[in-house]
Design a protein around this ligand. Sequence first.
Ligand SMILES: Cc1cc2nc3c(=O)[nH]c(=O)nc-3n(C[C@H](O)[C@H](O)[C@H](O)COP(=O)(O)OP(=O)(O)OC[C@H]3O[C@@H](n4cnc5c(N)ncnc54)[C@H](O)[C@@H]3O)c2cc1C
Length: 429
Amino acid sequence: MAWDFSTEPEFEEKLRWMDRFVREEVFPLEVLDVDEATFMRLVRSLQARVKEQGLWAAHLPPELGGQGFGQVKLGLMHEIDGMSPWAPIVFGNQAPDSGNSEVLALYGTPEQKERWLYPLLDGRIRSGFSMTEPMHAGSDPTVMSTTAVLEGDEWVLNGHKWFTSNGMIADFLIVMAVTDPDAAPHRRASMFIVPTDTPGVRRLRNIPTMAGGHERFGYGHSEIVYEDVRIPRANLIGEVGQGFTIAQMRLGPGRIHHCMRWLGQARRAFDMLCERALQREAFGAPLAAQETVQNWIADSAAEMQAARLMTLHAAWMIDRYGSAAARKEISLIKFYGAKVLHDVIDRAIQVHGSWGYSSDLPLEEMYRHARAARLYDGPDEVHRQSVARRILHDYQAPEGWLPREHIPTRREEARRRFAELLDQATANL
Ligand SMILES: Cc1cc2nc3c(=O)[nH]c(=O)nc-3n(C[C@H](O)[C@H](O)[C@H](O)COP(=O)(O)OP(=O)(O)OC[C@H]3O[C@@H](n4cnc5c(N)ncnc54)[C@H](O)[C@@H]3O)c2cc1C
């Protein structure tokens, strides 16, 4: 009997340190009006303290250059650093660098690790992941126009990508491109390391989004054209045609890391909801006395608890059986968690009235970010569909036209099964 919801006291202590540190040191970063150089100086000083605590880049196992906490502990940590949009960079596990470092750690050659992974883990360079294209449905990335052709000792890339997060500030991009258009859909593409200073990498713009002001300092989602971009043959990651296998591995844990951070965001909004409900009076009583507000609090608490358990369960599945075995659980929490995050922030805005809508409070920004959660790493609909397909795979249509549970039919069968006993019972009357 191995069910267990407890955390070792030593790790609890680390979580307490993180919680204090994020609230006291990282929250203030959100409201400082400084230039990027000053901001990064502040971030670096906080990163040094995280490294001293042994909490840096916790998403990777030690043999791959990280701290080796595993996904469940990581879930508990991300729940804390998800409270602030700036905490992940302070803890060295911000997207998309965290997913990219996993790709390089698992599939990179020793030379690729030396040149790109270790500096990335150290926070000295930044990266982007360039897969989605404007002219094709990102939900179905097997259809893609970007190509990579081998010419001598070089790969030549041509294509048009967008929504490459952090593309403008990245030192290198991991680019997905078609290498064999005639192969089976999931064997068509490969992944490449493209340094951003390679001739032909044209970073057109950061696409303005709902996130708005937060995407300052060049953080944002860029549109990039790759025009006759020549990279060494050695910049292929893994094997030719392995792009989707690697993407699946990258997006599995990557998705759940987002879900873990959403728990922290939702918690922060929930705290604001409860505090305001107690503070604000209307019609002679605090808002907390209104049944509607009580319902919001109770519904939010139940949904957050469900999301937390689903997230930690998916994390446990990954730790125990690997991310491929946890695909259903990851998809479940990806769409469910995004909705919980959205709904809790929405209720927190509502209880604050017009103040909730204003940028005097962080809720409107949280709300704008939460909207994207239903799109990135696969839209809700695709994850729902994937969950439903996996579930249906374990079912069969009952024979004939009657539902299996049809009560008159079952009653007849039950009478037949117990006929002898029923007869005896009647005879004894
Ligand atoms: C903030 C943000 C950051 C991102 N970062 C990156 C990044 O770093 N790198 C990168 O490569 N991409 C990135 N993306 C792109 C993201 O992965 C895609 O937007 C996503 O995969 C959806 O693709 P699409 O936008 O082309 O929408 P489409 O594929 O055109 O889908 C549009 C809509 O169609 C509907 N739909 C699609 N499939 C189905 C279905 N099977 N059933 C029912 N309805 C369906 C859904 O409602 C969906 O929203 C990012 C996006 C956002 C918003």
